[in-house]
Design a protein around this ligand. Structure first.
Ligand SMILES: Nc1ncnc2c1ncn2[C@@H]1O[C@H](COP(=O)(O)OP(=O)(O)OP(=O)(O)O)[C@@H](O)[C@H]1O
Length: 295
């Protein structure tokens, strides 16, 4: 099971959304992390064969998905960012409808839908229309529809947008559990969405792959670059001009500032261990790192 992107670019009428991205992806969770507009959705639409790359190739188990999309489509589950539901149908009705569209027989569709409703914890919603569901419940319907065909490749685009913290956590756990024997690609701009479940992280910004590695490798890439100091409130604006601030906490003594910089960016700063948020901010804001892509 391997997905391979070779020098993939995507240009929309003059806007370069994806710039020369090469990646080899195997089983497990790949967290695709990047700010808004980084090109995550464009890349995911390419992987889902919804759109074609402008240049470059995408190879699924040896087959070029642009020339022959069918082998990948048969094993693909996709949850797009703008996933829509038929609001008057119940979760079961909606999923059985999609199963029929996918070509499942009504008997196997019923069994599969019941199994998936159980998996995403929506069995109890009965005949309640999906239109009355919370954001988190709708996203769980979205994941269930992506899993209808028991996909080998599951692509989920910013699935935690609009979820409350508890729903977000449940959703993350569900995705982590699903990754055992398939490739799960999850895009987000929130580091904590992937921190606990991704064993592989790719950071994209302005269409470029800035870093690729395990969480440990990414942490190491920010070693020696993270500083903390408590400073007067009015010093923060000036520090911001010299360093990328990743966190500020008000304390009785002033503001505790955490910042990423090559050298100490403020008086009295002490170096601290980077966390993944620091490593992400460093990857996005620093010029292309000397090491470039980690692997
Ligand atoms: N269909 C399109 N036509 C023209 N420009 C597009 C189209 N889709 C995306 N873009 C542009 O390509 C760039 C990358 O967008 P993309 O949606 O892939 O990024 P993203 O990382 O998913 O961001 P977001 O989280 O905001 O969706 C942006 O500048 C966007 O405006």
């Amino acid at each position: 099971m391997q997905l391979e992107l070779n020098h993939v670019t995507k240009t929309y009428r003059g806007t370069q959304a994806v710039a020369d991205v090469s990646l080899r992806i195997g089983p497990g969770v790949l967290g695709l992390l990047g700010p808004n507009g980084a090109g995550k959705s464009s890349l995911m639409r390419i992987l889902s064969t919804i759109t074609r790359p402008t240049t470059g190739t995408v190879i699924w188990n040896g087959t070029d998905i642009v020339a022959r999309p069918e082998p990948l489509r048969r094993v693909l589950g996709y949850l797009p960012q703008d996933f829509g539901v038929y609001p008057n149908l119940s979760a079961g009705e909606f999923l059985r409808y999609l199963a029929a569209v996918k070509g499942l027989t009504s008997r196997s569709a019923k069994a599969r839908v019941d199994e998936l409703l159980e998996l995403v914890n929506l069995t109890e919603t009965g005949s309640r229309p999906v239109g009355t569901f919370s954001g988190g419940m709708r996203q769980r319907v979205g994941i269930a529809q992506a899993l209808l065909g028991d996909p080998e490749l599951l692509v989920v685009d910013e699935p935690t947008v609009g979820l409350d913290p508890e729903e977000r956590m449940r959703f993350r756990n569900l995705l982590g559990d699903l990754a055992n024997d398939r490739i799960v690609i999850l895009s987000t701009h929130i580091v904590s969405d992937i921190e606990a479940i991704a064993d592989d992280i790719a950071i994209l910004t302005a269409g470029e792959l800035r870093r690729r590695g395990t969480p440990e490798e990414l942490l190491r890439s920010a070693d020696g670059l993270v500083w903390e100091a408590t400073v007067p409130v009015d010093a923060v604006t000036e520090i911001r001009q010299r360093a990328t601030i990743t966190r500020t906490v008000r304390t009785a003594q002033g503001v505790r500032v955490r910042a990423v910089a090559v050298t100490s960016p403020m008086p009295g700063a002490r170096p601290v261990e980077p966390d993944l948020e620091d490593a992400y901010v460093n990857a996005v804001h620093s010029p292309m790192a000397p090491a470039g892509v980690i692997r």
